[in-house]
Design a protein around this ligand. Sequence first.
Ligand SMILES: [Zn+2]
Length: 385
Amino acid sequence: MTRLSPRQILDRLVSFPTISRDSNLGLIDWVEGYLASHGITAHRHWNEDRQKAALFAHVGPMVAGGVVLSGHSDVVPVDGQPWTSDPWVVTERRGRLYGRGTCDMKGYLALALWALVEAAVRGVQRPLQIAISYDEEVGCIGAPPMIAAMQNVLPKANVALIGEPSGMGIVTGHKGGTGYRVHVKGFEVHSSLLPEGVSAIMEAARLICWMNTQNADNAAKAVTPLAAAFRPSYTTLHSGMIAGGTAHNITAADCRFVMEFRVVPGEGVDDWAHALEAEAARIAADMHAVRPEAGVHLERFFAVPPLVPEQSGAAEALVRRLTGDNGTGVVSYGTEAGQFQAAGYSAVICGPGDISQAHQPDEYLEVAQFQAGQQFMQRLVEALA
Ligand SMILES: [Zn+2]
């Protein structure tokens, strides 16, 4: 097959509607075929029901070191969003490439695939790898098993570059996070007999009050150096959805809500998780004392480690050399970079586009950003050659 330009690759990637709830196999099949046509063997890591796969590939000598370019294949839905043009067709208007995923983050994947083929054609002394995950947009679920599988098959790269939109600037830190679906199970009685029942809503309120107290305590604490660059510069707890109850005069049998932590580097995501679990257990014990069937059920549905800024990290040094960016950047959204770092890679974020364009109707990537990304990849391949 002829070598495609980054723009031609982007056209293909966007044409696959890889919304997180659906299969991504169309895209993965195409990528595998395209790489194979240039003599690059790709490997898959399947999800449980084999409806989705992650893909990774290696170019260069079969030795450890080098760079892995990483991005996610899934995109957020377009349901109910007012799009001016077909979200699954890249449409260029006024210097912008419109389409779902152009910014987050198929633009970067197109550049990474282009770079991999360039590296294969010209030959590199140090390895260049690509890793394409699934289920990022639903809580960074897909990357950890992919990273584990990759290390069983390929030599381990030293540097991981995660191309989430950062305006091609360097981002060395982000918050971690974890989320829970909470089901508070009460006991129904007529509300005139309140002490004999358990209101799931009022017990849920205790847990949510605890969250408010944590926020206030965190805000009042001294800011740590690792957290200083974030806005806000402390860990936050938030509930974004709640439902429960059937009537004003029945103690609620059920109350369900979701909650999330956004944890600054330097604090443990799991420590916060355990604090929530302990508080839920305390509340549940009070509920049990009234009705043994009442209680609090917690379902943890995602957990993402923070990206901790590294002391003289290899990834940071490389990206500074390639971009000339001497600034410092942190972001408050979670990415797969923290997961690569937790697996022993030196990791930073650097990718084209503006995060404010991600997930929007009429999502776009500026052509100038795409071109800057191509120059970055060109320099990277030269640096590895
Ligand atoms: Zn993304």
